[in-house]
Design a protein around this ligand. Sequence first.
Ligand code: NAI
Length: 338
Amino acid sequence: MFSRAAIRTLAAPSSRLFSSSSARQTKVAVLGAGGGIGQPLSLLLKNDPLVTSLSLYDIRGAPGVAADVGHVDTGSEVQGYTADQLDEALEGAKVIVIPAGVPRKPGMTRDDLFNTNASIVRDLAAAVARVAPTACVLVISNPVNSTVPIVAATLEKAGVFDPKRVFGVTTLDVVRAARFLAGITDASPADTRVTVIGGHSGATIVPLLSQSSYGKTVTGEAYEKIVNRIQFGGDEVVKAKDGAGSATLSMAYAGAKFANAVLRGLNGEKGVITPTFVKSPLFADKGVDFFSSNVELGPNGVEKIHPIGKLSAEEEKLLEACIPELKKNIEKGKAFVA
Ligand code: NAI
């Protein structure tokens, strides 16, 4: 059925999604592992050679996912945990990925999820503070612009907040930008990487096409169109799924890609740089103390927050629109915990 080359490819422990340069391995926990994102994310993490132990937690369904994913022939051990086993699930975890919470339905904004997801994320963060206070926490649950400040404030309340270890996962915006730019330039997505800054919803998503050699060739109507598509790409998926949720498969891919970057940084690999939403000084003077920009990852999590670089006139305008909305989203998250 498969050619020799295909068999070699299928058997290879890593793929373009993952790179590993070091042997040190780590326990990773997924909170919300039974969900639309959690299941494929768990599968992809099972295939990451930097993960030794995978801890899958959900209020429902995680033991089944663990039994299933646990049969994949890679080195890591997999364990599933039910609703009353959150502390056990977190024990010893170095990286905790959180896709727990409800997704959007057609017509909803990410902010419409706040009421449900804010308390889910706060309660999970409180458990992290208690059991795994030095872990890196990777927040996928929306609205990311508010859930990341909620996690930070909850850890802060418990006296264990380290700004180097709390990340909002904005990788899907970066993945979409590369894919959409490849689509209109006929280049490979490997060559159309775009830095996306700001936050993770609508107008707060600011793609810096002018900093990409392919991106800066896109002008006029095509530019307006691609910016809009990067900002509102999630809506395409929500609409096409017609009530059955939002992006899960591409999000799982993006989440696994970002988790691999964090793991490589923790393992001491140099030069691992990717946009992520973190506690940031870049726009703190404007009251925006969480912001996504290129971040170098390292043994302690955030190693260095890069400046945003030179922007085009259009990008300056996008940033102007981003800041006040992001500020509101961040304040809403903080107020929830206060
Ligand atoms: P889903 O409903 O399929 O799965 C969510 C899972 O969370 C369910 O299995 C549920 O049982 C679980 N859950 C609920 N409360 C929990 C708790 N207290 N502890 C542990 N698990 C709990 O939703 P889906 O599609 O997986 O989306 C999850 C979240 O990810 C949503 O908030 C969605 O908006 C967000 N998302 C974020 C993206 C990003 O780029 N950061 C992209 C796409 C979605």
